[in-house]
Design a protein around this ligand. Sequence first.
Ligand code: AQP
Length: 343
Amino acid sequence: MAFTPRVFSGIQPSGDLHLGNYLGAIRRFVPLQNTHECIYCVVDMHAITVWQEPEDLRRRTYEVAAAYIAAGLDPKRSIIFNQSQVIQHAELGWIFNCVARVGWMARMTQFKDKAGKNTENVSLGLFAYPSLMAADILLYKSTHVPVGEDQKQHLELTRDIAQKFNHDYRKRLKVLGFDEEYFPLTEPVIAGPATRVMSLRDGTKKMSKSDTSDMSLLYMMDDADTISKKLRKATTDPAPLPEAVKGLEGRPEAANLVAIYAALSDKSPAEVLAQYAGAGWGIFKPALADLAVSVLGPIAAEMRRLVGDRAEMDRILRDGADRARTLAEANMKEIRQIVGFVR
Ligand code: AQP
């Protein structure tokens, strides 16, 4: 069956937003508004899979929504809301907990990374996280999900859950007259030069909200001086920039800074190297800092303005949640029937 092309993605309000979130996700959300029906969620229920101070959770929920809008999402065209306002996410998440297998969850590298040696003591929610993520996506029968590379495995699991649901309920789907492919097999959209932005201190480690070293991340709300200082101090090797992308092999920090420049300027790494071949870091780092300030500065200013206007943010999130709930409930009505719940 042909599904209506629909984009869904989300970000957790679990820490301050950084350049990886911006380049790997938010920046790439924006042009999709021109070609698809888009739903962008602030996934606050995912955030509490690890402890969040309630006041921080609230502040960051507004910040993520503000970042979406400041980066160019139009709340009239795209649906923007926070997950906990549409309770159908939790409802379908539970059904998917009963479709997914424990072994599938145990294989998730993000769970292993986050739980570390502490697997007995992390929340059950952290373990089941990918099942709620599958619910977020499939609740709207979303066909495309723009994400950074770190989310690829979770999206494969979303497809596994969709496939198992379609298979387990095939007889019921037939009896009720639904198409045998009830849920779509969603496509990850992982594209562009910065699908995995690395730490500014270690080019082999992902830039991540949970990194405790401030200098390893560029935050979306950093001011111009801080951006320049962090980029000036970013770890690099001593060699100048090569002429071609092949010359970045084995140079993770150099490759990372070139990828960041490319993504911020909508160029390819090859085009960036064509411009800077042979340049030393004394030239490239200030140029990168200027570029980063020119892109992030206006976004940060708009984020500050928006988070200062709580009434407007509440209105936008409520409107988005109302529109999302209408779509979600139409599908949930069918799903309850398929599963066999009496209503
Ligand atoms: N370093 C990154 N490079 C490219 N994309 C990234 N994303 C995250 N880090 C990078 C993308 O941002 C989106 C939102 O991520 P999330 O908040 O839902 O969860 P995350 O992937 O767990 O983000 P963090 O910052 O790495 O948080 P922690 O430290 O909690 O693990 C996703 O599309 C993600 O791919």
